[in-house]
Design a protein around this ligand. Structure first.
Ligand code: SF4
Ligand code: SF4
Length: 467
């Protein structure tokens, strides 16, 4: 007996449950689905519209729809006279716990060897992000970080990526919250006043454990300040990432090469710990041009199992920072604290002539370059001086410093701020229970950077001649 042919069900739409994402449009080879033009009064969203004349019931649109009640097969209840019912009655309870899909790990893709490039720091950072697999960049241009966003705006459309200029930094950080929550590598370039505006959103990202990379090319403050370089956001990045119990790894490059390398590393760390990572540069570093070698591999991003990716497989995932029960929120913070403890293993520092140094100059960013010039000159005079350069400001690289301290009689902190690096140093020493040698400072503000000559003079006033 021939089997009776059964017509495959065509889709029907519950407009109240359509978010207008367009996945169904892309999936339909018969072009039966179009973007809508009417705002649904119940949701404020714009659902798609169906014209099923050419529909063959292939079902691809229903598979593509990430919403549990968006597009459904007509045999489930649509047809003449269908009335929207409570979805729980139509389809039963939504499963509370679904197995997570398998995580897709990132892959390293080999790159052909190329000659080093000569790049501005901001461009080097953008290229580092591209090599880390970032194809989603959100931003509100602000000097002196703008070149990063400008390059991404040019490149993203050619790389099948997205550059979106937001209406403000507040919008930017919330776009990153959404994109990072979908498990995609994303970033922004900003500068001090813009970074201030992002802090609330960064707290939400940390609370929800959402990765994202913030490159803050710092400028003079407080308030509008100016567009000249400063390092005055150390306290924000290390201690002030919005409300609540927050921390993020803070990376501190000093060269265009490190702008590339540390931005790339920032993505790896952001996904390793499911947390934002902040790269703090200063305005000179953003604008400074230098030789930059490209790595031998680039990253093809994976997809974490926790991602709210918007497809059926990830439908059971939830990214949220809401824990209304007191005990639940305390347990969540305890988990975050455990993560912060693990993040403390990411301490990094660059040591220059530190082995026998009785005077240690501590600096990061462009002031560290000035300090290195001073240390080289002072070593030429026979003084036992070294440069300790934190590559992570949080966690402060106290383990490397601890090993040097038995020789150190004096520390000179050189910075373009009001002592914010020194505060991090003192806090790290105190928490580690280490006795601090006398600490002096060379500080400037507003775009005036510490100069090698004054750093050398400050060291000479106390330094010992090397043995
Ligand atoms: S069932 Fe197939 S042909 Fe019909 S609207 Fe969906 S994707 Fe298009
Ligand atoms: S895939 Fe689903 S939610 Fe997205 S536009 Fe189509 S019907 Fe709406």
């Amino acid at each position: 007996m021939p089997t009776a042919l059964r017509e495959r069900p065509k889709p029907f739409l519950l407009p109240e449950y359509c978010k207008g994402c367009g996945r169904c449009i892309d999936s339909c080879a018969k072009h039966c689905i179009e973007r809508g033009s009417e705002i649904d009064p119940l949701t404020g969203l714009v659902p798609v519209t169906l014209n099923l004349d050419a529909c063959n019931g292939c079902g691809l649109c229903m598979d593509a729809c990430p919403e549990p009640y968006g597009l459904r097969p007509s045999e489930e209840g649509a047809g003449a006279g269908f009335e929207l019912q409570d979805p729980a009655k139509l389809f039963g309870d939504r499963p509370a716990i679904r197995p997570r899909p398998a995580a897709i790990p990132p892959e390293a893709i080999p790159l052909p060897p190329v000659s080093p490039l000569v790049l501005k720091g901001n461009y080097a950072s953008a290229i580092g992000a591209l090599l880390a697999g970032c194809r989603h960049v959100f931003g509100y241009p602000i000097t002196p970080s703008t070149e990063g966003a400008e390059l991404m705006a040019k490149l993203m459309p050619k790389l099948d990526g997205v550059f979106l200029q937001a209406v403000s930094e507040v919008a930017t950080v919330n776009m990153m919250y959404g994109c990072g929550g979908a498990g995609l590598p994303c970033m922004t370039f900003t500068s001090s006043p813009g970074f201030s505006l992002m802090l609330e959103g960064i707290s939400y990202m940390i609370g929800s454990e959402v990765p994202g990379v913030f490159v803050n090319v710092m400028r003079g403050g407080p308030g509008l300040g100016n567009i000249a370089p400063e390092q005055a956001d150390v306290k924000l990045a290390c201690r002030g990432l919005g409300h609540g119990n927050t921390h993020a790894i803070v990376l501190a490059p000093s060269t265009p090469q490190e702008m590339l390398d540390l931005t790339r590393l920032a993505f790896e760390l952001a996904f390793r710990y499911r947390n934002p990572v902040v790269v703090v540069a200063d305005g000179y570093l953003g604008q400074m041009t230098g030789k930059v070698a490209l790595p031998s591999t680039m990253t093809r991003p994976g997809l974490p199992d926790w991602a709210v990716f918007g497809d059926g497989a990830h439908r059971g995932n939830l990214v949220s920072s809401i824990f209304l029960d007191e005990k639940d929120l305390e347990a969540h913070n305890a988990r975050l604290n455990e993560k912060y403890r693990l993040m403390e293993s990411e301490q990094r520092a660059d040591l220059f002539a530190c082995g026998d140094a009785s005077t240690l100059v501590i600096a990061f960013g462009t002031p560290a370059r000035m300090a290195k010039g001073a240390v080289e000159a002072l070593r030429g005079e026979g003084l036992s001086v070294g440069l300790f350069r934190p590559l992570t400001l949080w966690p402060f690289p106290i383990a490397s410093l601890r090993a040097l301290l038995p020789n150190v009689k004096r520390i000179l902190v050189v910075e373009a701020s009001n002592g914010q690096l020194e505060d991090e140093l003192r806090l790290a020493l105190s928490k580690a229970g280490l006795a601090a040698p006398p600490i002096d400072a060379v500080r400037h503000f507003g775009g005036v950077l510490p100069q090698s000559k004054e750093i050398a003079a400050a060291v000479r006033s106390h330094a010992e001649v090397a043995a």
